[in-house]
Write a protein that binds this ligand. Structure first.
Ligand SMILES: Nc1ncnc2c1ncn2[C@@H]1O[C@H](COP(=O)(O)OP(=O)(O)OP(=O)(O)O)[C@@H](O)[C@H]1O
Ligand SMILES: [Mg+2]
Length: 159
């Protein structure tokens, strides 16, 4: 587990950007945290670091947003998902093959996600703009990259 503290939205974006440096097609990043924690902010920084120039907003009316950068970035928000039917509609296997996939509220559909994933849990800190990000490698592919991830996140105050 790697813990980072951020003091404003741009710092959370920067942590997302640092994580993107070690990401590859086929990866899944699960974003956990309450409303307004900064999950979308993390995706914004992640996508920007991969050269996505389009504005990244939560996919509220579509199941998934797809952005083209150095890699394809799929952005899902499953907060309003009703159950297994909607998860099935995602056609997850095809989606995952196509790019790197970030799932807001992904902890609610873990049974449908690959065992290999990066889990990012964002929690609120003392001040209104303080956040703590706990980054956890789950499964072999992420555990193998855990040293590079640690290096990429070097410099962020440990929470
Ligand atoms: N350190 C911080 N990191 C991230 N966001 C911050 C921080 N400080 C303040 N904010 C603000 O908190 C809000 C985070 O919004 P964001 O949409 O990223 O949250 P979210 O977790 O995606 O919420 P939702 O569950 O509604 O999708 C933004 O308004 C942002 O400006
Ligand atoms: Mg969001």
């Amino acid at each position: 587990m790697i813990a980072c503290s951020t003091g404003d939205v741009d710092e959370t974006r920067a942590v997302g950007g640092a994580v993107a440096a070690v990401a590859a097609t086929g990866d899944v990043v699960v974003l956990v945290g309450d409303l307004g924690a900064g999950k979308t902010a993390f995706v914004q920084g992640f996508a920007a670091a991969l050269g996505v120039t389009a504005a990244v907003t939560s996919p509220t009316f579509t199941l998934a947003n797809r952005y083209q950068g150095r890699l394809v970035v799929n952005h899902l928000d499953v907060y309003r998902f009703d159950g297994p039917d909607e998860v099935a509609d995602l056609a997850l296997p095809e989606l995952l093959d196509d790019g790197v996939t970030l799932v807001e509220w992904g902890d609610t559909i873990t049974a449908d996600l690959p065992a290999d994933r990066l889990s990012v849990t964002i929690s609120f800190g003392d001040g209104p703009d303080d956040r703590r990000l706990d980054v956890e490698c789950v499964g072999e592919s992420w555990l193998r990259r855990s040293p590079s991830l640690r290096a990429a996140l070097e410099g962020w105050p440990r929470g």
